[in-house]
Design a protein around this ligand. Sequence first.
Ligand SMILES: Nc1ncnc2c1ncn2[C@@H]1O[C@H](COP(=O)(O)OP(=O)(O)OP(=O)(O)O)[C@@H](O)[C@H]1O
Ligand SMILES: N[C@@H](CCO)C(=O)O
Length: 324
Amino acid sequence: MAVYTDVSDDALRAFLDDFAIGSLVAFRGIAEGVENSNFQLRTTQGDYILTLYEKRVNAQDLPWFLGLMQHLAREGVTCPQPVADRQGQSLKILAGRPAAVTTFLPGVWPRVIRLEHCRPLGQALAQLHVAGRSYVQERANGLGPDAWPPLLQSCGAGADTVQPGLLAELQAALAEIVPNWPGRGQTPSLPRGQIHADLFPDNVFFLDQKLSGLIDFYFACTDFLAYDIAICLNAWCFAIDGSFNITFARQILQGYESIRPLEDAERACMPLLARGAAMRFLLTRLYDWINTPADALVTPKDPLDYLKRLRFHMATKSSSGYGF
Ligand SMILES: Nc1ncnc2c1ncn2[C@@H]1O[C@H](COP(=O)(O)OP(=O)(O)OP(=O)(O)O)[C@@H](O)[C@H]1O
Ligand SMILES: N[C@@H](CCO)C(=O)O
């Protein structure tokens, strides 16, 4: 469960006194997610989300994230909106952590992914990329290719306790992926812009069979737009047995291209980008798997799910393997 920081009833009431959102009726910790502490709040005026930012979020980046969410909403992308207190502040401190209240987004994320989710997902991702064009301030991707070798090194021999031979397999994959990343070696650079960088099913809400909004912008950054597609192909198109669903992928790509057609270089790079995306999530999961104490309240996600995906992408040599 992702409540790393406890908030007492009294502390929360005092915190909410700064806001003009009514008085507290109920609040509960949200058991989902692994990154931040989230609470659902009900006040006399409605529902809100309270987030306390934890391990991977740098407090200095929070104004950029909250500003992006406001910008995207102005451009027509439905996402949670920061709620300002009576002094106009949305970024605050609670229980010693940076904290913000955001609006509650109606809808539920799909526990079982179906074909009809995929086209709207691709469209929403392209809308986000188009809307992000006019948000000019950049934020570097702290979990980009330069972060992967040190992350693996910090897992060290722990990797082989998860699966024998894993360290060597990942080192070999990194040696192929990192020097050939777009903009390096012989590989051309690709169009860049604001990307979500974590658009997994649990960050996409549906209501009445329609996509109702996107949440969790706390990995968003400025990077290759097509890398965001590669993240979605990883997160949405693999069955539990590790098999790739090319029909889902085709729908995501067609939905995306109905809003923002891809350049040939972006299509050609998809196997490489998909390998990088699988590596990024494999490594953060591996790090958490090794470093989460057995009695922690959070359930770490299985890194080996992403090893299956990485192997698939390492063996896929052409973009036609993704449904182009
Ligand atoms: N604005 C919102 N409106 C409604 N529900 C929300 C909102 N924000 C978060 N939630 C709920 O809280 C859960 C966890 O939120 P979130 O995905 O932001 O947490 P996280 O720890 O950052 O997760 P992740 O592991 O995906 O990075 C969501 O799956 C959703 O159920
Ligand atoms: N979406 C990520 C967790 C947030 O970094 C994962 O499933 O590994």
